[in-house]
Ligand binder design. Sequence first.
Ligand code: FES
Length: 102
Amino acid sequence: MSTLTVMPSGQSFDVAEGTTLLAALLGAEIAIPHKCEGNAKCGSCHIYVQEGRKGLSKIAREENERLDTIVGIGSKSRLACQAKVLGTENIKIELLSFGSGV
Ligand code: FES
């Protein structure tokens, strides 16, 4: 179990190990774009991880390739649909304004 804090609202809640950030956000009724329904194909679920990066699954090739196509990515960028909570660290993410994906 990890605590997920979502900025800029500061809302936080517990997330079970193995849950993607996208599923956690949608489960908490936090709006986040997910045009391809979590298949690493659209990039609309791009978020920044501010704290606890080691508490998330590693970036796989498919996610990395999609991130490469997004304007404004940085070292903290992840796709919420691909990043799974490992349950080892608390995590803080920042949501982007809608429409930042491809
Ligand atoms: S929902 Fe499309 S890449 Fe995450």
